[in-house]
Write a protein that binds this ligand. Sequence first.
Ligand SMILES: NC(=O)C1=CN([C@@H]2O[C@H](COP(=O)(O)OP(=O)(O)OC[C@H]3O[C@@H](n4cnc5c(N)ncnc54)[C@H](O)[C@@H]3O)[C@@H](O)[C@H]2O)[C@@H](O)CC1
Ligand SMILES: [K+]
Length: 508
Amino acid sequence: MKIFSAEQLHEADKITQEKQKITSLELMERASSRIFEEINNRLNGAEIKIKVFCGIGNNGGDGLVVARKLVREGYHVDVYVVNYSDKRSEGFLENYRTLKEDTKNWPVLLKSEDDFPEIKSNDFVIDAIFGIGLNRPLVEWVQKLIVRINESKAFKVAIDMPSGMLADEIIADQPIVEANYTLTFQAPKLAFFLPETAPFAGNVQIIDIGIDGQYLAENPAKAILIGEEQAASLYQPRSKFTHKGNYGHTYMVGGSYGMMGSMTLSSKAALRIGVGKVTAVIPQCGYDILQTSVPEAMVEVVPHDIHLADMKLELKKEDIVAFGMGAGTNEKSIELLTTLLNQVKTPMLIDADGLNMLSKYSELLELIPEKSILTPHPKELERLIGSWKNDFEKLDKVQKFSDKYKVTMVIKGAYTMTVSSDNIYINTNGNPGMATAGSGDVLSGVIAGLLAQGYDPAIAAVFGVFIHAKAGDLVVADTVPDALIASDITAYLGKAIRSLFEKPETKA
Ligand SMILES: NC(=O)C1=CN([C@@H]2O[C@H](COP(=O)(O)OP(=O)(O)OC[C@H]3O[C@@H](n4cnc5c(N)ncnc54)[C@H](O)[C@@H]3O)[C@@H](O)[C@H]2O)[C@@H](O)CC1
Ligand SMILES: [K+]
């Protein structure tokens, strides 16, 4: 699913009105009716006090329409107009008039802190103060109102966006409504998925308001949310008349004394995702460990007992090399990475300590083979690209890094983002149980295994991240997040792929 910028969404509204020959007011009525239906379905006539906070733009207009419909349905509704400016939109003014005429429900005008109503924890708050039009810092009393709404602990539903949040940037230290639900129009917004802002959106539900399909199809997305259907379309099924040579050979290079588990986890995951052959390249101390715990893998040892050291690998031109899992940053290990970067011409996967080596010796960055995949967690990312002032700047820096070095970056987190030059792919499945030792090693094995099977690197990253997270979700469906360990993810990789092709009624 595509994610558009606020500017694109404003344009999409306009084009929809032109093409469908409807007024802005009619589109607002349509959109807000859908919001009303969602809320009404959930409340189901509950005797609850509803407080609707409306701004004076079109988001406020939506709030007024929803309020009018709730009043008509017999709910107890109080409407507050957050009068932050005199520039009321036509959609607001028209619906303000209708609400008053139609329901005799007079909104309360809020102009300062003195006017704030008491909000109780059992109230139901609808936030229609700002939507995608918010583009500058809020005046102080409106900030205080948002803080007051949050402190109330009332259940909060935001229309289109939680107020205070911008779709495409962040204003430092500005409070944002902590919504339990965000009912958002037509397309998700990028801010819903970034670590700093995502928690404020709560559960996001997309409300289809019939925006022009051609606009949505033809305009470039700011980012893409990867869903099951799309993941399924990326999968490359095996054909009958093939042998292991058709499924690639991946060299997993890493490990050090005490960290050999990284190599067993990543090697096994590469095999489980379907690679033809795996060779683990490890220090001598890991020989028995690897041979015993991953009998399907071949093992080559480097000329050192407890850490990696320089050696020449006999690679075929299509072989894939994954470097860094559990490697440590010993000088000798860096020599091996340098040799590999000079030798390998196919895209590599670089993870963990491999990334730390690249940060420490930035001249190595120039040697990374084109289309390689880097899989940093936030700390490793910071060492690579420097610090950022907010998540939007981080994405911008990652895109520039990806462009400069022609690599795909997998930014690991609750919502993992894969950045390949202009494209940002967002993964939302996965669960907190996956925040556990070794889960990144499994991901490296999965992506390297897909690369070796001939997946295009960006696709190997996107599909690998999706399947890894899906496997984690299937594990948790059978247990609790706390109990998940990394090898469980590997064990469920097959089920994760199979789940993409199961009919909805047979799905777990
Ligand atoms: N016909 C349409 O265009 C539709 C619009 N819709 C709603 O309209 C919303 C967008 O409406 P608007 O563009 O009117 O914007 P908002 O209602 O989000 O904001 C109102 C106006 O406030 C001003 N503003 C921005 N930051 C401010 C600040 N810090 N302090 C004071 N004023 C500030 C801006 O000029 C902005 O236009 C969407 O989020 C959605 O809820 C929906 O009804 C769907 C249809
Ligand atoms: K809102």
